[in-house]
Design a protein. Structure first.
Length: 188
């Protein structure tokens, strides 16, 4: 009987130790981003599989935006800088694919010091961008009005939506960075 007690205690200790190795961020799961294929700023095909096993941040913008896009892109650059040594990717989807050609997106990426292979600017068919903007991220419509959400969206390594951040709020970017770091530590 003493042997069983010791084994149960040892087993409990081992389970407790293993639980300490697993970290869950406790961020909610809102949706899962389905596979998609678009074109990046270099004119190359961008398959969402490139984001697999990466924490990533998304936004919707357009390069000739006179409103919030310059602020948002500056904030995205802050995220890029703060998470430079981590495994985070950034994805900016255009809401103006007719004008936001790969060349226009490349110039915009250079303007905001986007690191190649880290921050992607994507364009493609309106239908694909609309499905992502409206149906997946739940941010709005790509309807030609050029009105768009000013939220950033945080995804985990399984491309699950884990957070929304209104970029006009004072602490939004610091909270996004903190939550991205939490997701980087998350094991499942």
């Amino acid at each position: 009987m003493a042997y069983w007690f010791w084994t149960a205690s040892a087993g409990s200790a081992i389970l407790a130790a293993l639980a300490g190795c697993s970290f869950h961020s406790n961020l909610p799961i809102y949706a899962t981003v389905p596979p998609f294929t678009l074109t990046d700023q270099r004119g190359a095909t961008f398959d969402s599989a490139q984001l697999a096993n990466h924490v990533w941040v998304a936004d919707f913008m357009f390069t000739n935006c006179p409103g919030p896009c310059p602020r948002m892109s500056s904030q995205m650059r802050q995220v890029q800088t703060a998470l430079a040594i981590s495994d985070v990717r950034l994805v900016s989807f255009t809401i103006d694919p007719e004008r936001d050609t790969p060349e226009a997106l490349t110039a915009y990426a250079i303007r905001y010091a986007a690191r190649p292979g880290i921050w992607y600017f994507l364009t493609g068919p309106v239908e694909t961008l609309q499905r992502l903007d409206r149906d997946v991220f739940k941010l709005g419509d790509i309807d030609g009005s050029l009105q768009h959400s000013t939220r950033f969206v945080l995804m985990d390594r399984k491309s699950r939506v884990r957070g929304y951040y209104l970029t006009s709020e004072p602490d939004a970017i610091s909270q996004l960075i903190a939550d991205a770091k939490r997701l980087l530590r998350e094991r499942s």
